[in-house]
Design a protein around this ligand. Structure first.
Ligand SMILES: [Zn+2]
Ligand SMILES: [Zn+2]
Length: 369
């Protein structure tokens, strides 16, 4: 039995943005989806725009994962959303009607080897909804709409004193957290370099500091972003236009280098620089990628027993740990939220995010009530 409440009347149809061809978004109407077993209907209250949205809207899902392009399939993008549970599918007792939730992107299929290991962002059935896989806003309908259906395993409870805008940032913080998890997680007292002050890098600084890393060094090219990194917990910032980042890290660590690098810039030279910033036996997490193959000094990695990891998304329930830090106000994720637009102005919101108009970082779309 599904359950709903008169407090949250649910229409039959909703407003939704739909992707036609590349860059072609149309504001239209769709039926409100229905939750199945272990699913809920979420009334979307706010959704943040991510660089991956821009990529999906212009070229399709990164790495073409999930087979095929999302164009002209009545698909609704948007994956960093939060809202209110308004209807429960059969058997759902984990969440209640009226509860505020934010979402992870990936539900996974729940049946493959990787999902069983908690690596559901690397599901072996990615993009095969008939096998149960869901990645809302990537391969299944997402959040640039009034409602979405979510599996209970993708929901994260939002505390009363957290704003809708801040709650949309949990998946970004969760991705940064997952990167640190993959590196080993125990980082108190160890040195971390974060390269690239985009949203994941900036919250990577915040999460690393909240977990006790020392020192946390942020490298980048834009002074305003580096200043923000300081407010989020960076002990040192390095503008790589003015100082060689490898030399700077050596200087700041008395020649020792750091234990971990979280590479969030995607610059072609970043891999080799990271391998020179970590100490022998150090670990590198690659959370961004250059758009063309990059040359790598493999000998440097082998000689120094360096470990290199790639991460995709927000696995291992990292969003729940990120939310725990945000709920305890261990860092102020709101600092990266810069602009808000109503749902019907999504194209303007996307333009602000893409062109970084007025130094936009995280642009949020809110539902008018
Ligand atoms: Zn995203
Ligand atoms: Zn799977």
């Amino acid at each position: 039995m599904t359950a709903s409440s008169n407090e949250f009347p649910i229409p039959d149809r909703m407003r939704a943005w739909v992707l036609g061809g590349p860059e072609e978004l149309v504001f239209t109407e769709k039926p409100v989806p229905q939750p199945g077993p272990a699913e809920v209907l979420v009334r979307i209250d706010a959704v943040a725009i991510c660089a991956t949205d821009l990529e999906i809207i212009s070229h399709g899902v990164p790495a073409k994962i999930g087979g095929g392009l999302p164009f002209n399939k009545n698909f609704t993008p948007g994956h960093e959303y939060m809202g209110t549970v308004v209807k429960l599918g059969p058997t759902v007792d984990e969440y209640g009607i009226g509860e505020r939730v934010t979402v992870e992107v990936h539900a996974g299929c729940g049946r493959c080897e990787r999902c069983r290991q908690g690596m559901y962002t690397s599901c072996l059935n990615y993009g095969e909804p008939q096998k149960g896989h869901r990645a809302n806003g990537f391969t299944t309908d997402g959040g640039f709409a009034q409602y979405a259906v979510n599996h209970v395993n993708t929901l994260v409870h939002v505390p009363d004193d957290m704003t809708d805008e801040e709650a949309t940032l949990v998946v970004t913080a969760g991705t940064s957290m997952y990167g640190l998890d993959v590196l080993g997680g125990l980082i108190a007292g160890e040195g971390v370099v974060v390269s690239g002050p985009g949203p994941i890098g900036l919250l990577g600084v915040a999460v690393a500091k909240a977990l006790g890393a020392d020192p946390v060094i942020l490298t980048g090219t834009r002074d305003a972003r580096l200043e923000l990194g300081k407010r989020l917990g960076a002990d040192h910032v390095v503008n790589i236009r003015r100082e060689d980042p490898v030399a700077a890290v050596r200087r700041l660590t008395a020649g020792r280098g750091v234990h971990f690098v979280v590479e969030c810039s995607g610059a072609p030279e970043a891999m080799n620089q990271s391998a020179q910033m970590v100490n022998r036996g150090g670990r590198i997490c690659l959370a961004a990628f250059p758009h063309a193959p990059a040359e790598v000094d493999i000998a440097q990695i082998v000689r120094n027993n360096i470990y290199v990891y790639g991460i995709r998304g927000e696995g291992q329930s990292a969003t729940h740990r990120a939310m725990a830090l945000m709920k305890q106000k261990r860092f102020d994720a709101k600092l990266i939220h810069t602009h808000t637009f109503p749902l019907d102005q999504l194209p303007t919101a996307l333009k602000y995010a893409r062109e970084r108009i007025e130094d936009a970082i995280k642009v949020v779309v809110k539902m008018p009530r």
